[in-house]
Design a protein around this ligand. Sequence first.
Ligand code: SP5
Ligand code: ZN
Length: 353
Amino acid sequence: MKTFHNPHHAGHVGQQEMFRGRMVACHEVPARLDFVLAELQRRPLGPLAPPAVDAAALDAAIARVHGARYLAFLATAWDDWVAMDPANSQRDALPSVWPLANRHGFRHDVLPHNFAARLGLFSFDSGSPLTAGTWAAARGGAACALAAAQTVAGGERSAFALTRPPGHHAGPDFLGGYCFLNNAAIAAQALRDAGHARVAVLDVDYHHGNGTQTIFYERADVLTVSLHGDPATEYPFFLGHADERGAGAGTGFNLNLPLPRGTGVQAWRAALDTALRAVGDFGADALVVPLGLDTFEGDPISGFTLKTSDYAAVGAALAGAGLPTVFTFEGGYAVDEVGTNAVNLLEGFQRAA
Ligand code: SP5
Ligand code: ZN
């Protein structure tokens, strides 16, 4: 399979994230991608290149998923942050005030002039630092997703968008969970726009793919399925329960399979089989897999216990869907092992495909 890697990723480098009243070192670091790239050079699965997509086509693909007001915010966010105070150039931008939801009476329709307020309006956590290179890195990641979708729409069996920051927590008009643009959603929408009638998203990251769920929640043409740590105890907490089945025309086209912290490979694989049956029943003609490796037993912020030796079979099971497949790189914070785990899964897919 072709891999499109993001040459701008290292410009997004957060210093610290807020965690329970303390600032702690960021888990989502540039070395994550470098380890996957190094492992793909050791065990090649196919061509490895930066994406070559038309700038106007890229902006159009991003705008199919994210709102204009949010994109305008992101494009100038760093400059606006530094304009607040020149000393901010040495600090990450993190929000500290939020409007919650409209039902609390706070206005979402009036755009604040104050940048700190705008950052809160478009964020749902204080763990996702926005830095000098964030916009270029996020846009470069969307280019990887679009290039991967174009490759698969052009007839190849699979493609991998190797990028960071990750994407599956980002919604139509919000960032969070280390995510700014939803690469998996951009790929899914690009597949729809290229003529695939029914696209399934099967999210295997440890954390619920809340952004992707929200983007497609009222649509019947994109099935969203996620297996993840139970939001009753696990991030992102406020979405990802089993009773969320979609709304309006999308009713029945979202499936959440929450699993308790501590879940091991046997129960996780059973949930994956349930997810794959749903993809088959839906009659998908293309598949997007937001590929998080934070299900790994050694992950520092997660709670499942999959082993390095489990991932090849996971890839083979995904290949069993028999669908043209785009992978997008999401979480996975055991940095030393993330490359081996990712390539084990992708190699398992490719051997079985
Ligand atoms: C893409 C993705 O996997 N995003 C995950 C975002 C999780 N953010 C909250 C994690 C907080 C963990 N902090 C642990 C500190 C341990 N000292
Ligand atoms: Zn995750």
